[in-house]
Design a protein around this ligand. Structure first.
Ligand SMILES: Cc1cc2nc3c(=O)[nH]c(=O)nc-3n(C[C@H](O)[C@H](O)[C@H](O)COP(=O)(O)OP(=O)(O)OC[C@H]3O[C@@H](n4cnc5c(N)ncnc54)[C@H](O)[C@@H]3O)c2cc1C
Length: 442
């Protein structure tokens, strides 16, 4: 491979976007894809950019997180947004597609691009040179092991995540800031329960409905109820062990004094900062496999979370993703090997379009590195810029994958009351910042 060539591994949403951007900037690309010789447990179709589950690419309106993301992608010359619009099926305000036609369109354009050579082969080790790895949440084993070695063990194979809520949506009259036993700064937000509130919560959680689990979603050796795998025990499974179990685990009140009552609450849920701006908080110890609607219903019984906005629900599924804040730069390159980039779900962005967007950024930035141009990291006010910063934010400790949401953008300077109006102002600010930043970039 000469200096002006690149390798992209994985022709999923991220890999196709990355290869497309490289080619658009005059870089010749070898794109490796193991299909049709080998399929992950979720992939079935022969074409590229396969949508493995839902056929929805979410909302189109610009004053929504998903709509804003797609608009920024469109402005960057996104292949997947163009192909999705051509193959859209009616879905109200959402952009949904005929998944096979969508995949065929992407495949055809990639195949017809003279600067892209497609190689149908599984890759078992990270190649040398200018490389983008975009092999997704179900990366084949050999390559996953090599990445694991290269990244010092910072690759997770399983995502047991707790829900994340926005700070703005918490009831500040009910919660209080404090660290247990006053150790350290007041790093946690505490939600205090009375005995009655706790018993109600307990009764709801033990009867709440769980999501079905695919075989490939189970961590090795794990049975249906996760009894073998203590480390990722869902809160609802713990709760079913007995009325008191949560009070001795994730909901223990020891070391906490509620300033309103001057005494220790009967139980407490703690929330921990998810990003350096403090706009997002995760519910500590609440990894869960409950259905999303059930999470909203039951977790809204936590005092202070009655009107909480959930930007990410808890999940328990197989998901190979890097501990990116320890490893990646905001341009998606590996800090320890600057010509090696990662893209897609494995960087800890979550969702079809988020994966595709990170592919655009990795492709753009690798082409800029090859052409000796300055890196491109969009402003933090944009959705893509905020995601790039989230995955590379060194202050994040307990990293969980994140999709596009309004909570990762910096708050507006002025307070706008209505949600629609507020989101419109946030979107306007994002697109203005985008245009301003891109003005002098080639
Ligand atoms: C079961 C499941 C359901 C999901 N459902 C949704 C959903 O409904 N909505 C949503 O927004 N997101 C969903 N996601 C999350 C995420 O958006 C998708 O996984 C998305 O496809 C990720 O894009 P990607 O480009 O990172 O990876 P992928 O689209 O998975 O692409 C990776 C490509 O790399 C190839 N590959 C893997 N290993 C190798 C190798 N060693 N050598 C060569 N090629 C290789 C694969 O065959 C694949 O084509 C789901 C994820 C999973 C696992």
């Amino acid at each position: 491979m000469n200096e002006k060539q690149a390798i992209v591994v994985g022709a999923g949403l991220a890999g196709c976007e990355a290869a497309w951007q490289l080619a658009r900037h005059g870089i010749s690309v070898r794109l490796y894809e193991m299909k049709p010789q080998k399929y992950t447990p979720a992939h079935k179709y022969k074409g590229f950019a396969e949508l493995v589950c839902s056929n929805s690419l979410k909302a189109m309106r610009i004053n929504s997180a998903a709509g804003l993301l797609k608009e920024e992608m469109r402005r960057l010359g996104s292949l997947t947004v163009a192909c999705a619009e051509e193959n859209a099926v009616p879905a109200g305000g959402a952009l949904a597609v005929d998944r096979e036609k969508f995949s065929d369109s992407v495949t055809e354009r990639i195949m017809n691009e003279p600067l892209i050579e497609v190689i149908s082969e599984e890759v078992n080790a990270v190649p040398e040179g200018n490389v983008i790895i975009a092999t997704g949440p179900l990366t084949a084993e050999g390559l996953a092991e090599d990445i694991q070695g290269l990244c010092g063990g910072y690759l997770s194979f399983f995502d047991a995540a707790a829900p994340i809520v926005t700070f703005d949506s918490l009831d500040k009259d009910k919660v209080f800031f404090a660290a247990r036993y006053g150790r350290g700064d007041d790093d946690y937000i505490n939600c205090p329960f009375t005995k009655e509130e706790y018993l109600r919560f307990y009764n709801e959680i033990i009867h709440a409905e769980s999501a079905p689990l695919h075989d490939f979603d189970r961590p090795e050796g794990c049975r249906d109820d996760f009894t073998v795998y203590e480390g990722c025990m869902p809160i609802e499974v713990l709760a079913k062990r007995g009325e008191e179990t949560m009070r001795y685990g994730a909901m223990k009140p020891v070391g906490l004094t509620d300033p309103k009552t001057g005494s220790r609450p009967y139980a407490a849920v703690q929330l921990r900062k998810e990003n350096s701006e403090g706009t997002l908080y995760n519910i500590v110890g609440f990894q869960t496999n409950l259905k999303f609607g059930e999470q909203k219903r039951v977790f809204s019984l936590i005092p202070g979370l009655e009107n909480a906005e959930f930007v990410r629900y808890g999940v328990m599924h197989r998901n190979s993703f890097l501990n990116s804040p320890k490893l990646l730069n905001g341009d998606f390159s590996l800090r320890s090997r600057p010509k090696l980039f990662f893209a897609g779900q494995m960087t800890g962005v979550e969702g079809y379009m988020e994966s595709a967007a990170s592919g655009i950024m990795a492709g753009l930035n690798l082409s800029r590195k090859i052409l000796e141009q300055q890196e491109l990291i969009l402003p933090r006010e944009t959705m893509i810029g905020a995601l790039s910063r989230y995955i590379s934010d060194e202050t994040v400790t307990d990293f969980q994958p994140m999709g596009a949401n309004m909570g990762i953008l910096p708050p507006l300077d002025e307070h706008i009351k209505g949600k629609q109006e507020r989101y419109q102002a946030v979107a306007d600010r994002a697109l203005n910042a985008f245009e301003e930043y891109m003005k002098d970039k080639k």
